[in-house]
Design a protein around this ligand. Structure first.
Ligand SMILES: [Zn+2]
Length: 437
């Protein structure tokens, strides 16, 4: 589905450094689109009424896809809605977002999905792809009607925010999802092992006297999912992997040929549990911030391909909810408008990951996992979703300028290096830094 209507005519993105990992491209050249689709520009003569975007000095990459976003609609329009969430996405360089189904009510029926599709068509400024619940009401008791969810248009199923605890039910979920070809995305958390946890269990939780959410609570579910994926020969994608053990389990499963993948968020790559010393709830997320050793393992996992996807877990909350005692605050932070800066600063400038490797995890990898054939690459016939990035731009995060309705970010006032500067969806510019109000 796509929000904006197709722009007619020719769009030339001129003179940028094109990085299109799916097609093995890394070269300075033009990208040309006609009527919202990429064409082979070499064959097309320049005409005076072409729309031209000067991309010299910029990276030109396939439109970024965020596979993990909470839009909060329906249910909590005070936190976010489809209009504000997709404006935030555009402002962060994302041309597609994948909405999690833990809305209120949860998206566990074809009618809920139909309503959201309609809403996205009317209000979204970037592409919105929908997911449905694994279990009815995300209660972990009965399976949601996956076949009708698929017919209604979901690209995957997940109980994100929750995690199916019953391994028998999860086995059925893998089997049904496998039969109809829907990937399973899982928020891996054992609720008994993590019960009451507010932060990573370790040195800092002991020192601060806060209840711990231990690494093993995540790793035991990643292990279970790896075994179920192997047993059912179906794909599972582990959302927001945060621990060294989790990376190792996924790596070892992949080596056995198990169909498993993992994702990393900006915050779990850039911040550790030491940040919680000031009891600021903008550092409270689920799973929690871990340790420097875990970050090292996540970066190794991104480097060697164990973790295939970068996603934000954009989780808006109101200020009044976050500005309470640490233990009482809800989990999660907004991420769409800071993610490119944090990833480029952390992965490109600090850890020196090659640009195509970073871009791949934001474009073709999520597109492939979710079966989005016309997304994630810039080959002829692809949708003209394009993001321009200045990898060296230094900027200061100001949450007052966010398009998101929520301001719960740990990066307010932070200096970041790397920023999306132009976002193009279906051949039409939906956001440009130069005219950012
Ligand atoms: Zn989650």
């Amino acid at each position: 589905m796509s929000g904006p209507s197709r722009a007619l005519g020719v769009l030339r993105v001129r003179g940028g450094r094109v990085i299109d990992p799916a097609n093995g491209t890394e070269a300075v050249r033009d990208v040309v689109a006609v009527d919202g689709k990429i064409v082979d520009g070499a064959e097309l003569a320049h005409a005076p009424n072409d729309q031209v975007i000067d991309a010299r000095g910029r990276l030109v990459v396939p439109g970024l896809i965020d596979a993990h976003v909470h839009l909060r609609e329906p249910g909590r329009p005070d936190k976010e809605d489809i209009a504000s969430g997709t404006r935030a996405a555009a402002r962060g360089g994302f041309t597609s977002v994948v909405a999690m189904p833990n809305t209120s009510p949860p998206a566990d029926s074809a009618s809920a999905i139909a309503w959201m599709r309609q809403r996205a068509e009317e209000r979204a400024v970037v592409n919105v792809f929908l997911t449905g619940c694994i279990s009815q009401g995300q209660k972990g008791e009965l399976l949601a009607p996956m076949a009708s969810l698929k017919r209604a248009g979901v690209v995957a199923v997940t109980d994100d925010g929750q995690c199916v605890q019953n391994a028998e039910l999860m086995r059925r979920a893998f089997e049904y999802a496998g039969m109809i070809g829907l990937p399973i995305l899982d928020h891996c958390q054992d609720f008994n092992l993590s019960a009451g946890g507010a932060m990573n269990e370790g040195y800092w939780s002991t020192l601060l006297g806060l209840p711990g959410w231990p690494a093993i609570a995540e790793e035991i579910m990643i292990s279970r999912d790896a075994l179920l994926a192997e047993f059912t020969a179906h794909h599972v994608h582990c959302q927001h992997v945060t621990t060294a053990g989790g990376v190792r389990i996924i790596r070892e499963a992949k080596q056995r040929g198990v169909r498993i993948s993992g994702e990393a968020t900006p915050h779990h790559l850039a911040l550790t549990d030491a940040a919680i010393q000031d009891f600021d709830a903008n550092f409270k997320m689920n799973p929690p911030l871990r340790t420097a050793r875990d970050i090292e393992a996540l970066v190794e996992g991104l480097e060697d391909g164990t973790l295939e996807i970068l996603a934000t877990d954009h989780a808006p909350h109101c200020s009044y909810e976050k500005e309470v005692e640490f233990e009482a605050a809800p989990f999660g932070i907004v991420g769409l408008e800071t993610a490119v800066g944090v990833w480029f600063q952390t992965l490109y400038h600090h850890h020196k990951l090659p640009l195509p490797k970073i871009v791949r995890k934001l474009t073709i990898n999520p597109a492939k996992m979710l079966g989005l054939a016309d997304k994630g690459h810039l080959g002829p016939g692809a949708d003209a979703d394009i993001t321009l990035i200045d990898p060296d731009m230094e900027w200061v995060v100001d949450r007052a300028r966010f398009a998101s309705k929520s301001h719960n970010t740990p990066w307010h006032g932070a200096h970041l290096k790397g920023r999306a500067v132009t976002t193009i969806v279906g051949g039409r510019v939906v956001w440009d830094l130069a005219s950012d109000g």
